[in-house]
Design a protein around this ligand. Structure first.
Ligand SMILES: CC(C)(COP(=O)(O)OP(=O)(O)OC[C@H]1O[C@@H](n2cnc3c(N)ncnc32)[C@H](O)[C@@H]1OP(=O)(O)O)[C@@H](O)C(=O)NCCC(=O)NCCS
Length: 150
């Protein structure tokens, strides 16, 4: 298994990026300024995009694993790598996500705690309703993790 930083042709990863963020125009807002980490286990399995938000704060903008390979620990391995990468570079890693119980649990289990909520963000910024299973995603909920405790 290896994890690479991708500098060029980041749009080649669009199929994975769209799994976590359905609107390409939203991806365009962070892809070029972000660091794209790609995990390969023979083939590409997962990606993570992290941006520098200033003042020692970083933000996971996108995290996705191909559906066929979900639940095998790839995203967790990639996140651990990302936490190590940023450990001495700043204070907090943020992530903003839809308010869906299992995704919230996923981040809480990785040491993130609630930070803040932007009401109606998903409703207002995406062209069509977005669902995770039966749940319509309305707000964007932010979590943060202390990088020094990575
Ligand atoms: C979220 C996502 C990146 C996880 O990737 P993954 O490689 O399957 O994750 P891992 O196998 O490393 O992690 C397994 C953990 O995720 C949980 N999980 C993964 N998919 C899940 C699902 N569909 N429902 C419930 N829990 C799920 C597992 O219960 C496990 O949690 P735990 O270890 O805290 O008990 C992946 O489901 C995905 O790409 N989803 C679509 C894009 C997305 O929603 N991205 C997150 C937006 S911020």
């Amino acid at each position: 298994m290896k994890i690479k930083i991708i500098d060029k042709n980041k749009k080649d990863f669009l199929d994975l990026l769209l799994l976590a963020d359905e609107k390409e125009a939203m991806i365009d807002k962070y892809l070029e300024r972000g660091i794209l980490f790609a995990l390969y286990d023979k083939d590409l399995k997962s990606i993570c995009v992290v941006t520098d938000e200033g003042n020692g704060n970083f933000e996971i903008q996108n995290l996705a694993t191909y559906e066929k390979f979900q639940g095998k620990g790839y995203a967790c391995k990639l996140l651990n790598h990302v936490f190590k990468y940023y450990e001495n570079l700043g204070s907090y890693m943020y992530v903003g996500t839809g308010d869906c119980p299992w995704i919230v649990q996923f981040y809480e289990n990785r040491g993130f705690i609630f930070s803040h909520r932007i009401e109606n963000f998903i409703l207002d910024n995406y062209d069509k309703p977005i669902f995770e299973g039966e749940i319509q995603l309305i707000d964007k909920v932010y979590f943060k993790k202390d990088l020094r405790q990575a």
